[in-house]
Design a protein around this ligand. Structure first.
Ligand code: NAD
Length: 350
């Protein structure tokens, strides 16, 4: 299959490009390249990867592709809150536009990377795809609107699929520390502590980034009728945890790490766990191979291999909101997150 991945240089995108190529797909990628400095490995990839903003791609950029995997977004709640109107522009309007362009270009599949965070506050029972959603932030609201509007484009020749992804963790060539498991494990490795900012009772589903990419692949390769205009929770029901449990698991895994609790003003209202039955039934061959416990040990080894230091925890490099603010303060990105003249990333195969 010829697959275009938007957001191909991101945390998930960098793993997905490699994984699609290894499965024999021909991959093209576009990315605005906001997080170039977060690269920890240079991949030798045969993919055609280009710097481009999804708000400005054209039909020609999608010509000849069989499928689009739409990952490009201002990802996570803090970054999504920086300028909500830009968040809606990218995460909602540009996603719908990309889907429309994909349909016009004759792509038959469109995999949209949504998020379990659109469930918001509802942790009484594991949520199915037909439970009501309650998006609490601009990031989650934009994802929900994109799901609704892209679903309207479905027809006999165009099959969108919506993956409500769990919080990802694990190594990636384009690394992030603003994800709870990655960050807390980094704290444990570098400072020998794990820090709870509140009671830690909120629930979250978790999925290893490689298993998330395996799911995208499985959806692309599944018979059309099983995924056509379907929403799937992507995260194991039996690997949902309270934040406190995650912290305890990290302390149990990283030698010498201690759990510290501190009350901060910050209170994250989101709490949800998800039911994975629908995707398991639709794609019986799909296997999520990694459990949170394995992922934490793997991350600890990964941090040794890249020489992660305590300084990295507070630097801009692996934190999306801080990176974007840094670009803006230096005049590289404008307030609508377009590169300033002379700062636009150039070249292929970045
Ligand atoms: N990481 C997670 O835990 C998680 C969980 C659920 C859903 N998701 C979704 O999966 C997708 C990928 O997430 P990620 O963790 O790789 O995020 P990321 O921030 O690492 O990657 C997103 C990429 O999109 C690019 N991008 C942003 N705006 C763009 C624009 N206007 N034009 C072109 N490129 C643009 C960025 O440069 C970045 O490389 C996102 O849609 C995100 O909302 C992620």
């Amino acid at each position: 299959m010829r697959v275009l991945v938007t957001g191909s240089a991101g945390y998930i995108g960098a793993v997905l490009v490699r994984s699609l190529e290894l499965s024999g797909h021909e991959v093209r990628g576009v990315d605005a390249q906001f997080f170039r400095e977060a690269r920890v490995a240079d991949e030798n990839t045969g993919a055609d990867l280009r710097a481009a903003d999804v708000r400005r791609i054209e039909a020609d950029d999608l010509r000849g592709v069989d499928a689009v995997v739409d990952l490009a977004a201002l990802c996570n709640d803090p970054l999504g809150g920086l300028n909500p109107s830009v968040t809606f522009e990218v995460n909602h309007l540009a996603a719908v536009r990309t889907a429309r362009l994909a349909r016009e270009a004759g792509a038959s599949r469109f995999v949209f990377s949504s998020s379990c965070s659109i469930y918001g506050l509802n942790s009484r029972h594991p949520l199915t795809e037909s439970d009501p959603v309650r998006p609490l932030t601009p990031y989650a609201m934009a994802k929900h609107r994109a799901e609704q509007d892209i679903a309207r484009l479905a027809d006999d020749d165009f099959s969108p699929t919506f993956l409500r992804n769990a919080t990802a963790y694990g190594p990636s060539p384009s690394f992030r520390l603003d994800l709870v498991v990655n960050y807390q494990t980094a704290l444990a490795v570098t400072r020998k502590e794990v820090r709870l900012r509140d009671d830690g009772l909120a629930w979250r589903p978790f999925l290893h980034v490689e298993d998330l990419c395996a799911t995208v692949r499985a959806v692309l390769e599944a018979p059309r009728e099983t995924v056509h205009n379907e929403i799937f929770n992507v995260g194991p029901s039996d690997d949902c945890h309270r934040i406190r449990e995650v912290a305890e698991l990290i302390v149990a895994t990283v030698a010498g790490a201690k759990l510290k609790t501190g009350k901060e003003d910050h209170h994250d209202e989101r709490s949800y766990r998800v039911d994975d039955a629908k995707i398991r039934q639709a794609i019986p061959g799909l296997r999520w191979r990694k459990r949170l416990r394995d992922g934490i040990s793997e991350l600890a080894d990964f941090y040794q291999s890249i020489g992660l230091s305590e300084k990295d925890l507070t630097s801009e490099r692996f934190n999306r909101l801080a990176t974007v603010i840094g670009h803006q303060r230096a005049g590289r990105l404008d307030s609508r997150l377009y590169w300033a003249a002379g700062c636009y990333p150039s070249g292929n195969n970045f």
